[in-house]
Design a binder for this molecule. Structure first.
Ligand SMILES: [Zn+2]
Length: 306
């Protein structure tokens, strides 16, 4: 084997993961939709202070929802599920994971791909839901080389325009300045290999882009469809399996525009339940696959790929 910067890094990353995360396995949960095969690959998990999500929520009404889901007062540790779609021609990732520079417990996509029998060179397209670090930063390796050198990178036009604008670092909430600077730096490297699309476009065969703005200004979700089978890749438009489903109308601290994100969440859940669609959430448990069921005034996440 030729040792390149890339293979050297992957070997190191795989070794590190084996040492520091012995209790985690690479999740690969699969649904087959005719010619289309959809898996999710675990990039690891984040560690977040609870108020990152719960800060704006009414504490008295929040407590019973959290108790129902067994969530205590400690840090939240949501998984990060990168969707992989293969149709025999295209091998497509939806988001790129965190990469080496965000949080130590994330950025493990290289190992997950390896476990799935793929290398980064096999990826033909990387399609982004949005530009937050846990979705975008994995697009470059430790040396700032593209992690997926053969891939076309695809992003919604509104999302690209927002984060590529140098003024965003000054206008974004101060606690998110690092995100803006980090996104812009990576996008400069991707600029020559990116394809932009708009809501409603069929961006690849069987893949339609739907606007799901609010979490970020140009956040996109993707409907994957093969015949009568469909699954909606919602990214962070429904960002967790507890309050995101039980109280979708509440403002979440994790969303940049809370009001718009809440309206989007309600609309998506209404559509998903009305159409009885499967969904994949980037930060949902058990590989992120599941369905939504109505539950009182809200909804409930039902995990599973069936
Ligand atoms: Zn995220």
């Amino acid at each position: 084997m030729n040792l390149t910067r890339r293979t050297l890094l992957q070997s190191a990353a795989a070794g590190l993961a084996a040492v520091t995360l012995p209790h985690r396995v690479w999740a690969s949960t699969r649904i087959d939709m005719g010619a289309m095969q959809v898996d999710t690959l675990l990039d690891g998990h984040l560690t977040l202070p609870p108020d990152f999500i719960f800060g704006p929520m009414p504490k008295d009404q929040l407590a019973p929802v959290l108790a129902q889901h067994g969530i205590g007062s400690g840090p939240l540790t949501p998984d990060c599920n990168v969707t992989l779609m293969r149709d025999g021609t295209n091998t497509v990732l939806f988001d790129a994971g965190s990469g080496p520079a965000f949080q130590q417990t994330a950025g493990k996509l290289g190992g997950a791909l390896d476990a799935a029998g793929l290398t980064p060179d096999d990826i033909t397209h990387v399609v982004f839901t949005h530009c937050h670090p846990d979705h975008l930063w994995g697009v470059l390796d430790d040396f700032d080389d593209p992690m997926f050198p053969q891939a076309t990178h695809m992003m919604g036009r509104a999302e690209w325009d927002y984060w590529f604008d140098p003024a965003t670092a000054d206008t974004i909430q101060p606690e998110r300045t690092t995100m803006a600077v980090g996104a812009r730096r990576r996008m400069e490297i991707l600029e020559d290999s990116v394809t932009l699309f708009d809501a409603g476009d069929e961006i690849l065969p069987g893949v339609a882009a739907h606007a799901s703005h609010g979490h970020t200004p140009g956040h996109m979700s993707f409907e994957l469809r093969a015949g009568s089978n469909g699954v909606l890749v919602v990214g962070d438009a429904i960002g967790n399996h507890h309050v995101g489903f039980a109280r979708p109308g509440w403002i979440s601290g994790s969303d940049q525009d809370g009001e718009t994100a809440a309206a989007t969440r309600r609309r998506l859940l209404d559509q998903i339940t009305a159409d009885d669609m499967a969904l994949i959430g980037y930060h949902l448990p058990e590989g992120g696959f599941g369905r939504a069921e109505r539950d009182g005034d809200g909804y409930r996440f039902v995990p599973g790929a069936g």
